[in-house]
Structure formats: C-alpha cells, structure tokens
Design a protein around this ligand. Structure first.
Ligand code: GLN
Length: 387
C-alpha cells in the first residue's frame, strides 16, 4: 500500500524526542535529550490527584475545565501578571499546551493563512499549522552577544496579507532566550500595525534565571485583546506526563479554541485538574525552589560542557542549553547526536530539526539540565571523551 498518511503530514515522521529517547533506552545512554525532569513534583499535588481518584472524581469533567482549575488559573494570572481573565469564558483547560496550540491554530487559521514562528521552534507548531492547511513563516533567532535574538526588520518582512498570527514562545525552547520587554514591544507593534493575533506559548513562564523576569506579551499595551495566552503545568510542577494546560484569552478567542477542542479531546482528566489547581494556589514556593535548583544545574552543566570542549550559550530560561559543536571538530549536530551514544553514552537533541532553514542550526546541539546532579556529572565525564 502506498503511504496512507495525508500528504500534509508526511514530512513529520517520528518526533525527534521519541527518536532520541528510544535511542537512549536502546543504548543505555544518559538521556539529556527530551526535556523531562527525573524527580517528582510537589508531594501535596501528587496526594491531591490520588485523593481525587479515590474520592470518585472519575467521570467527564465539564468541557471548558473544572471550575476549581479555571478559578486557580485566573487568580494566578492576576497575582503574577496583573492580568484579569474571567474563569467563566476566558479560561479553557486543555490537554497540555500542545492541545491548546493545536486547537487555537485550527480554530483561527483558514487554509492558506500564514503563521509566523521564531525558528528554531518547538516541533508541534509546524505540525499544527500543517494540519490547519496553513503555512509557517519562520523568522530566525541568531546568537548575538551570547543569546539568541531576532532582527526586527526580518520580522516585519515576514508579514504578508495572508499572515493571521504570530506564535511567540518565551522563555524559548530550544534556545533558552527570554524575550526582553523591548523585543516583545517590537512583536506587539507588528501585531497591532498588521492586525495579527498573538499566540503565546509560556510553558516555561516560571523557569527563568539570574533574576530575569518573564513578561507575558498580553501585559503590553493593546495586546490583551489580541493574545491567546497558553501555558501548562508540566514544566512548572515537574509533571510533564499530566498533560494539563490552559488558554487565557478574550471570550471570542477562547470560544473559538473551545469549539475545536471539544472535538479533539472534549475534556481533560479531572484528578489532574484538581491537583494542578492545588499546585497553583499552594505550591509556588516549591516552584521557586525548583527555579533556584535549575539555575545551579544550568551552571553545573554549562561548566561541564565547556570543559568537554563545547562552546556553550547561556540560557536565561527553560531547562535547555545550546552548544556549538564546531570547537570539537564536528559540523553536523544530527550526525553527532545519532552517534553520541556510541561515542560517549549520552543522548542530546540536534537543534537543526527545529528550523525551516536547517543549515542555520546545523552546528547546534541542545542538552537538558532538568536532571539530578549526579546524572549531569556522569554525562559530563562521558562527554569529555569526545575531546
Ligand atoms: N518539550 C520537551 C522538549 O522539548 C519534549 C516534549 C515531547 O517529547 N514532545 O524536550
């Protein structure tokens, strides 16, 4: 049989995260590829989920999400960012940020519309945009003075009459850039001048370092009414397997996303929702400790990777660090990461797969540092064999 997969999905194959995690398992390598922590979230949250299951929260929750979680999300947005979202009509609970992004793109894009995203970009963006029959227009982030950033003129030049939205991920996976207020102001200006919707992926909102603050695009003047703000519990509370996320947006945008979301998954598991509501209210102290621990893990991995001969770019957020492999004599990150288990017993992610222009990212490899110190140290010891 010829490939039964619809043509618009054929170029996607298996995600790099699945490929590289399978490679780690198969070769017994240390997995600094796919970003997931090797420790659990707050104990009280885990208890809350168990208690919910034991006490009968086991049938379909309401489509928009349980009121307890919508309320907790709304309070959290107000407390942290001074943003007011009505839990009834401006908050939608989704199966992770992944579903929130897919539902939003599918709800807002006609066939042939264009969505701007900054490359390297998280892989689900391209797939969601392709599913919608829309086109991704990539604006490249390039290292400048030690951090990845974009050229405002390239952003402006990427807008066409078909552009519907800009997808903004900050803190940014996979570069670790946290957009500054000035960078966000450029994006806000383009959105307003060209009447575009902003879709923001803020799943790393709490994971920023060195006192750098995450600024939601929706807090900039004129942006709340045109922004679909997306986040999830996975990174904030080290529960990536819970797949509980949310959309905050004006009523008509929330309704649009919900109309699609109903037919993707209808709703999200109730026990997770109650546990995440508890986490947002009671466990932000735990999150502050996580952030501090991650900053020291970042420094630990960065100094180890430098010692192993990589050029390291310092991230201000997320739990990923970008390295340039050329000082070690390598030029192709995909080739290197496929051989890395055999060369060093470590798995990492080739950054080039997140570009529409892979040649611009060929020499970058991403390592995750959301791992126990001893795991980071052992990985570094092994990577020193490369030099
Ligand atoms: N967000 C995680 C990462 O970037 C992986 C998520 C996934 O496996 N799809 O590593």
């Amino acid at each position: 049989m010829s490939d039964p997969l619809v043509s618009r999905m054929r170029r996607f194959g298996t995600t790099i995260f699945a490929e590289m995690s399978a490679l780690a398992v198969r070769t017994g390598s240390i997995n600094l590829g796919q970003g997931f922590p090797d420790t659990d979230g707050p104990a009280s949250m885990l208890d809350r989920a168990v208690e919910a299951i034991r006490s009968g929260v086991n049938q379909y929750p309401p489509g928009p999400g349980l009121p307890q979680l919508r309320q907790a999300v709304s309070e959290h947005r107000r407390l942290h960012y001074g943003l007011d979202y009505d839990p009834d009509g401006e908050v939608l609970v989704t199966v992770g940020a992944t579903e929130a992004i897919a539902a939003t793109v599918l709800a807002l894009c006609e066939q042939g519309d264009e969505v701007i995203a900054f490359e390297p970009y998280y892989d689900s963006y391209a797939a969601s945009i392709a599913l919608a029959g829309a086109r991704l227009a990539a604006v490249t982030l390039r290292p400048k003075e030690g951090r990845f950033t974009f050229d405002p003129d390239e952003l402006r030049a990427a807008v066409t009459p078909r552009t519907r939205a800009i997808l903004v991920n900050s803190p940014h996976n996979p570069t670790g850039t946290v957009f500054t207020r000035e960078e966000l102001a450029v994006i806000a200006e383009v959105c307003q001048e060209r009447d575009l919707i902003a879709i923001t992926d803020e799943v790393y909102e709490h994971l920023t370092f060195d006192g750098v603050a995450h600024v939601p695009l929706a807090t900039l003047p004129g942006m709340r009414e045109r922004t679909v703000m997306i986040s999830s519990a996975g990174k904030t509370f080290s529960v990536t397997g819970w797949k509980t996320g949310w959309v905050c947006a004006p009523p008509e945008l929330t309704r649009a996303a919900q109309t699609v979301k109903q037919f993707l998954t209808f709703t999200v598991g109730g026990p997770w929702q109650l546990a995440v509501a508890h986490g947002l209210r009671e466990e932000l102290g735990w999150v502050a400790e996580l952030r501090a621990a991650l900053q020291s893990k970042r420094d630990r991995l960065m100094s180890g990777l430098s010692g192993a001969g990589f050029e390291v770019l310092k991230p201000s957020g997320t739990y990923f660090v970008q390295t340039d492999i050329r000082p070690l004599g390598f030029t192709d990150g995909l080739e290197l990461t496929r051989r890395l288990p055999e060369l060093a017993g470590v798995v990492a992610i080739p950054t080039q797969v997140f570009y529409d222009h892979p040649e611009r990212g060929r020499h970058f490899v991403r390592f995750a540092f959301c791992k126990k110190d001893e795991v980071i140290d052992e990985a570094v010891t092994r990577l020193k064999r490369l030099g």
